[in-house]
Design a protein. Sequence first.
Length: 777
Amino acid sequence: MRWWMAALVVGAQLVVGTMVGPDAAAAAEVTTLREAAAARGLQVGSAVSASALETDPAYRDRVAAEFNTVTTENEFKWSVLEPVRGRYDFSRADRIVDFAAAHGQAVRGQTLVWHSSLPEWLTTGTFSQAELRDILRNHVQTVVSRYRGRVAVWDVVNEPLAEDGTPRDGFWLSRLGLGYLADAFHWARAVDPAAQLYLNEYSTETNAAKARGLYELVRDLRARGVPVDGVGFQTHKLLTSRLSALGDVLRRFADLGLDVAITELDVRVPVPADATELAQQAEVYAWAAQACLAVPRCRSITTWGFTDARSWIPAQYPGWGAATLLDESLGAKPAYRRLLAVLRDWQRPGTGPVAWWRLDDWGGTTASDASGSGHSAVVSGTTLGWYERQPTTFALRGDGAGTGAVTAGPVVDTARSYAVSAWVSLTSKTARRVVASQDGAARSAFTLSYEPSTDRWVFAVPLADSVQAGVRTVSSTSVPAVNRWTHLTAVWNAGWGRMQLYVDGVLEMTAPPSGQPPATGWTGRGPFRIGRSSAGEAFAGGISDVRVFARVVDAAEAAALADAAVGRWTFDGHTGDESWFSRDGFPRPEQVGFTADRAGRPARALLLTGTEVIDVRGGMTLWTDRSYTVTAWVRLTDANRDGRPDGAGDQVVASQDGRERGTFQLQYESDNGRWAYKVPVTDSGPTGWPTVESLAPAVAGRWTHLAAVWNAGWGRFQLYVDGVLQGTSAATTSPPATGGLHVGVSMTGGRLTGALDDVQVHQRALQPHEITTLATP
Ligand code: G3I
């Protein structure tokens, strides 16, 4: 027992109707990362340097105090261990391993197999393939066996992938073929069966293609019996990174039965860093830690160095630095305090969903529970496949006959208050189509479904768990649309004795009506089903983002759950996407600044000086041949005395790539000084640009709200300025996008100089009143 825990127990035993002693209260204060992490059964660590441990007592003391795991920053790299063939020098690695043992710390050994930091004799030597394989096996066996029982975790293979997620064409792949990966893990396991064997990679936190490639790789290795125990996510980030998708990525790998870890976290900042930047940096550390804490199989958070005095960043990225938790004199930076607070205080949101199936799982057979409650659902007779809630997003697709997804047991007590929400897209109205249900003994304790006899969405609760019992229902007033993503929220309010049904975030009906006695529910003790009821009634179409709450959801929350934005960049000091889709923006160049927003709050809007732009990578953001809306707050820089922006050229607010040009441009038009929404007739070859312009010239220096709406059904596009319709085009087509979205530029240029805030994209034509709401300052 830790001393402070013992003190608490003693203190508690002494309390007999009196206050706990002041000593106990002081002792309960957690003051180091290590204490905070250990209390959660988590490891927190840093990469450390053998020479710093040897020469710098303050460094040494801090490593001992703060961390319960350490990683060798360079000491296990092959070029360090065996600079001359056959002559291993383990002295530096030993220094770290011995230090860790003396201080009760686990060691992560980095790394056994890497394309980099190889000794010259190896990279320049001439070896046959068989010889090279022997050399590699000998190296793995020599190192792992020497540290058997002393190195707890090996990064067996480091950075095996290219940016597109395919195997990296590096030293080992080019000479040994892909088999080197499996070999290395088998060799390591054979000599130290107790060591945890990891594959370590970078950029997979945010690069979806690379993360997917890594997922397929480790899934394949595991399927072939290769002993991969865990996956490390290096997490070298910028202060503008949001890490929106990291929790989901970690969860997907954990669902493969793997441990995961954050292995090399640091957050580089242009130097000198100011207070605002250090505060922003602290948030990135916090996001990383929260993502790990939300995933039970995330075992450790390791930073790549802990003091700015010894970080790898300044040497590798001139002009950047300040990437770690402590300053050069080992003083705590905001990042340190934030990480400590998160490790100490973070709690799974108690009011969050008790089950949350995003249904975008890569594996396709298990719908994992993003709430952290472990209610994964097994998918059979149905596919978790490509379904068109959005490009690049998966959903459960029911064909009207499948068995949907089913959990092992009940998710919610249906006799008490609960709520179920989901996005659905119905493809067939010929039968009852159940979105979600939970089994009782004889029938479902509730169903949320499409009802063909009334042509409505229906939330139904039988009066008892018997097939003869009547059913209490609440129905939509709107007629369900076919092939349109619609959001449903069903609420059972046990205290009030009422059921409610929301469609697209709007309450459509409450039952029983006021004046009638309250409804009472009963507990269904069977499994939860997505896409069918206990009686079948399989859904036809797509289901996505199903959430279950063990409480009432109110009108404001139902509206928020129905948020239809497919991208939202608030630029609150970062370039992350705050929509469900987690498509973080990447600044180009990496350094980007922030300025006050329209309410004067500092660092809450993106500052563009004519050189920076934001790219949204990872596939298409919008299908531009379908209805969509793009909105943004923009403030152009004033350069002319007449108050109009200077005519340096067109300045693009947002655009999405087609083949040779953007498939739309929302922009400032330099030749007449107006706002414009332009859609080319075609995205390659000669074209015209049907355009809707603002009625008045753009005013520089003033925050202005723009909204571009393409209504595919109607075949028209429209521009709104400050919530007021400016015009409607006669054009009737919009070319399909083939690439990503850009903010502050198009693929053919037109950089914006000014400030941008709250850029939103929606895969539908927003209504005028919705645009008015967004345009309200
Ligand atoms: O120690 C020698 C010194 O004697 C010599 O004078 C000097 C001249 O260049 O080099 C020193 O070695 C350098 C070593 O860092 C120690 O500072 C190497 O050149 C340099 O290549 C090495 O860089 C390391 C890099 O990996 C390559 O191995 C960084 O410290 C280390 O932080 C970095 O760590 C990697 C992870 O292993 C994998 N993930 C990415 C991460 C950052 O690049």
